[in-house]
Write a protein that binds this ligand. Structure first.
Ligand code: NAD
Length: 468
């Protein structure tokens, strides 16, 4: 298929057709099919991450005020263990996946053969700017694809670091980093890709999907949404508060799977709030804005957006801000109006609304009345309560009695459902996302029973009915 840009790209004057063509040319040489090449590239990426730890941590600090531990665990460390896991299992993942063969096709063998898709586009988001760009790249590499990586322009230090490092370590005939914002993304989306993997908000997700539709390109959309957190009154409140604080205020709440709001039964809210306040002081001190472990808001536009959420709501804890950084302290809001922006939009920041319900079923109905979330959390001592919530709600992932920990298991696919996205990755699921599982049936010339060939007869038909 010729790779012609659409009108949109022509309008901006930016065109990446030559870039895509260059990668396609490398792809058709077959070099990425080689398992050896893939492993060498994965090891080169690993070296890149290890040898440049200092610069990586600095870039993340400048972009998001990310503390060293969070940067090492959720970005660099996450990627290193993803590479190790991939290298450990790749020999198995590339193998044909055998299935049985019906008698009519005997003698024969049936299997699915993973094959690379070709040249793929990976568009990253700013909140985990390294992880969200390179984790899909690890999967794309492992599956034997060429790739263009488009980091988020909002995390500009990380973006330029990746653009500088990738050509130093990787086979540049098979990967390119393209920096930029809307115009560059639009021009990239105008090209024909073999897959587009996008992480970011819903509005741009729709733009990506309609651009992909012009070329019938498959997409993975890793989107967001409001992830609810149920807290039952019968729960280990101390551990609940500790794990909730960890998951909500990591990266100053700018995590796609952070709990967006909490649902508790009426009468329990003050006990819950006291426990969270106590834990916040324990983890971030009296003033989180003074803590070196507490991050910044990505930019002033997002800071202003978050600030506006605090208009006419009942702030029961926090609310301190430092516009120069910019940063906002962990903030608890009790019973905001359900029509307020804070309950209508994804917060994606350090504000936690608490809403009360008469019982958990009312909470379940509340969640089911809204778009399907990316993640859902439930804390309770009762397995019955937890199972009830799991079975009566729909979300990309569920985690009980903890937050975000499912991300540590590469055996679990990560992705959304409904408005929180489509497709998934991590571990073998990422490899499969960037592979075509080609159906193969291998037949032999032995035993050519003629009953399926014309001229047909009643006998042939009855035999066909029996065996098909
Ligand atoms: P963003 O602003 O970094 O945008 C994401 C990407 O889209 C960037 O690379 C950007 O350049 C590109 N982009 C922006 N405008 C575009 C346009 N008009 N056309 C084409 N591309 C365009 O990130 P964001 O959207 O602010 O990200 C926040 C959202 O992402 C939240 O909803 C969050 O929940 C979600 N998110 C999801 C995941 C996940 O893994 N599911 C991870 C992180 C963030």
């Amino acid at each position: 298929m010729p790779n012609r840009p659409s009108l949109h790209a022509v309008e901006s004057g930016i065109c990446y057709v030559d870039t895509v063509q260059k990668l396609n040319n490398s792809y058709i040489t077959g070099k990425t099919q080689s398992l050896e090449w893939r492993k060498t590239q994965l090891l080169a990426l690993k070296r890149m991450l290890e040898e440049n730890q200092h610069d990586i941590l600095q870039a993340l600090k400048k972009d998001l005020g990310k503390c060293e531990t969070e940067a090492m665990v959720a970005e660099q460390g996450f990627l290193l263990s993803d590479i190790d896991h991939t290298l450990k299992h790749l020999d198995k993942w590339v193998k044909p996946r055998k299935v049985s063969t019906p008698i009519v096709a005997w003698p024969g063998k049936s299997f699915q053969q993973p094959e690379p898709l070709g040249t793929v586009l990976i568009i990253g988001a700013w909140n985990y700017p390294l992880q969200l760009l390179l984790a899909p790249y690890i999967a794309a590499l492992a599956a034997g694809n060429c790739a263009v990586l488009k980091p988020s322009e909002l995390a500009e230090e990380t973006s330029s670091l990746v653009a500088r490092l990738i050509p130093q370590y990787m086979d540049v005939s098979c990967v390119e980093v393209i920096e930029g914002g809307k115009e560059e993304s639009t021009a990239l989306l105008a090209c024909k890709w073999d897959h587009i993997f996008y992480t970011g908000g819903e509005a741009v997700g729709k733009i990506v999907m309609s651009a992909a539709a012009r070329h019938l390109t498959p997409v993975t959309l890793e989107l967001g949404g409001k992830s609810p957190c149920f807290v039952d009154k019968n729960t280990n409140l101390k551990v609940t508060a500790r794990r909730l604080v960890w998951g909500k205020w990591m990266n100053a709440g700018q995590t796609c799977i952070a709990p967006d709001y909490v649902i508790v039964e009426k009468g329990f809210e003050h006990k819950f709030i006291d426990a969270v306040k106590k834990e916040l002081k324990k983890q971030y001190g009296k003033s989180a804005l003074m803590s070196r472990d507490y991050g910044n808001i990505i930019n002033h536009r997002h800071f202003k957006r978050l600030e506006s959420y605090l208009d006419r709501v009942n702030v029961v804890y926090g609310g301190e801000m430092d516009e120069t950084r910019p940063a906002m302290a962990p903030t608890l809001v009790l019973e905001p109006s359900l029509d307020s922006p804070i309950m209508k939009e994804e917060i994606f920041g350090p504000i936690l609304p608490i809403i009360t319900v008469n019982n958990m079923d009312e909470g379940i109905a509340f969640v089911n009345d809204r778009a399907k979330p990316l993640a859902l959390y439930a804390f309770s001592d009762s397995d019955e309560v937890l199972d009830h919530i799991i079975s009566r709600t729909s979300s990309g992932s569920v985690c009980t009695n903890d937050t975000m920990m499912f991300m540590t298991n590469p055996e679990l696919p990560f992705g959304g459902v409904g408005n929180s996205g489509m497709g998934s990755y991590h571990g073998r699921h990422g490899f499969d996302t960037f592979s075509h599982l080609k159906t193969v049936m291998k037949r032999s010339f032995a035993l050519d029973v003629p009953f399926r060939y014309a001229p047909f007869s009643k006998l042939k038909l009855s035999l066909l009915k029996k065996f098909l």
